[in-house]
Design a protein around this ligand. Structure first.
Ligand code: HEC
Length: 131
């Protein structure tokens, strides 16, 4: 009897753990109407300009390959996202919104006003090249 109960509890714990580790995309906030459906006016060839913008503004936290391992990101909570994993899992409209307005309650700064819209799109083109 007691053994059955322990087994049941263990199974419950395993199930809970499985639910908690769902993909990042499942818990994301919806893109606000002002940003929803926006598409990148640049192609993949904008990645070279985007790389320079990334190195100057993003690398310190997100790391050279966007793995979330930049020196300025080490002590942050939550940690900077691993962009090589995150970027392919969301739409460009989501990326443009978050990079423009930042993520409230985290150290991810709003870049609108610092970077132009064009520069934000270029950095998104570059982010798609991160492996
Ligand atoms: C001061 C450190 C810092 C800098 C600089 C920074 N980020 Fe971030 N970024 C973060 C943190 C922390 C998060 C994690 C936010 C979270 O957990 O939702 C994040 C998250 C993101 C995300 C995912 C958004 C989301 O919903 O979590 C993207 C995309 C991103 N950053 C892109 C950039 C780009 C592009 C730049 C440069 C223009 C940049 N970041 C510069 C700290 C930084």
């Amino acid at each position: 009897m007691k053994k059955a109960l322990v087994t049941l509890l263990l199974m419950g714990a395993v199930l809970l753990a499985a639910c908690g580790s769902g993909s990042a995309a499942a818990t994301l906030e919806p893109v606000p109407a002002d940003y929803a459906g926006k598409t990148n006016p640049f192609g993949a060839d904008a990645a070279a300009d985007g790389a320079k913008i990334f190195q100057a503004n993003c690398e310190s936290c997100h790391g050279p390959q966007g793995h979330g391992d930049g020196p300025a990101g080490a002590a942050l909570d939550p940690k900077p996202r691993n962009l090589s994993e995150f970027v392919p899992s969301v739409g460009d409209d989501y990326l443009f919104w978050r990079i423009s307005t930042g993520v409230p309650g985290t150290s991810m700064p709003p870049w609108a006003g610092i970077l132009s819209d064009d520069q934000i799109w270029q950095v998104i083109s570059f982010a798609h090249t991160l492996k």
